[in-house]
Write a new protein. Structure first.
Length: 103
């Protein structure tokens, strides 16, 4: 696996930031499909955890789809946590989203 390929597992540094941007475009449709599937089955959950939240696109969708839920995003990459923070700053400020860096 090459340098860029390894970045998808744990993005870091400048290349990691670029990989995060690629994830936004490349994973967006899948994230929306997962959220729609959860919404059709889960009712109205009080708490949601996304493991490997990446740049926060899925978190953004979860926050919109489940407006009463408390949401946690966990990722091992500080670069992905930073991108999630920027994308979802408002909901973090309102106390609905909590981000945790860890494996």
């Amino acid at each position: 696996m090459g340098l860029v390929g390894r970045q998808f597992g744990n993005p870091r540094g400048f290349i990691g930031r670029l990989v995060g941007r690629a994830m936004v475009r490349g994973n967006s449709a899948f994230n929306h499909w997962v959220i729609d599937s959860i919404a059709a089955r889960a009712g109205s959950p009080a708490r949601i955890v996304e493991l490997g939240c990446g740049p926060g696109v899925g978190l953004e969708g979860l926050l919109l789809a489940f407006p009463k839920a408390q949401v946690w995003g966990i990722d091992q990459s500080s670069v992905m946590i930073a991108q999630s923070e920027r994308r979802n700053r408002r909901e973090i400020g309102h106390g609905r989203l909590h981000l945790v860096q860890g494996a």
